[in-house]
Design a protein around this ligand. Structure first.
Ligand code: DLZ
Length: 166
């Protein structure tokens, strides 16, 4: 079930074609049940929106903290049009959660600006496992699906602007 909070995202659904796009996906192995569900959602949505399977590259990293470096490695080796970063951080008893969330969000944002390319932040930052399940195919939808639509939309925007005279 998809529960889009953003009407813009809902409008974009099935309106853009990803048929000539190359998309990298980097996925964290921590909280694997959740990240596998996010990956499934992202892959289904990319395919549904025309991205050929052969144009999708998936690599895993040990934890969310490694997502920015994994994404940069994919970028430097394969130069895809966008990289989707999938992870799930669940709050524990210490402040480790805060450090991971802040580092990953900042690392991924830096990649966007360094390469002028979409590196999509699809890392669930949850208080507990239920919140994560709700967002990985549960009552709050699947954030992997939304990430795939964001990637396609941002690649399309970049291409549109490249063709626009300033
Ligand atoms: C160490 C750690 C902890 C406590 N929790 C999570 C988590 O909830 N989600 C996640 O993706 N990764 C976690 N990690 C692993 C770190 O992301 C990282 O892999 C290690 O600190 C090694 O750099």
């Amino acid at each position: 079930m998809t529960n889009f909070k953003s009407s813009a995202t809902a409008r974009r659904k099935n309106t853009l074609s990803g048929k000539d796009m190359h998309i990298g996906i980097v996925v964290s192995e921590w909280n694997e049940t959740i990240t596998k569900a996010l990956l499934k959602g992202a892959l289904n949505t990319l395919k549904k929106n025309g991205v050929p399977e052969k144009n999708i590259m998936v690599k895993t990293v040990p934890g969310s903290f490694e997502l920015p470096l994994g994404a940069q490695m994919i970028e430097e080796k394969f130069h895809p049009d966008a990289v989707i970063c999938l992870g799930c951080v669940i709050k524990g008893e210490t402040t480790h959660y805060d450090y991971i969330c802040a580092s990953v969000a900042d690392g991924i944002m830096q990649l966007n600006l360094k390469y002028t390319k979409p590196f999509v932040f699809a890392v669930l930052t949850c208080n507990n496992n239920q919140q994560a399940m709700d967002r990985a195919g549960g009552i709050m939808g699947n954030k992997g699906e939304e990430a795939a639509l964001t990637a396609i939309a941002m690649v399309a925007l970049k291409r549109e602007l490249a063709q626009t005279k300033s």
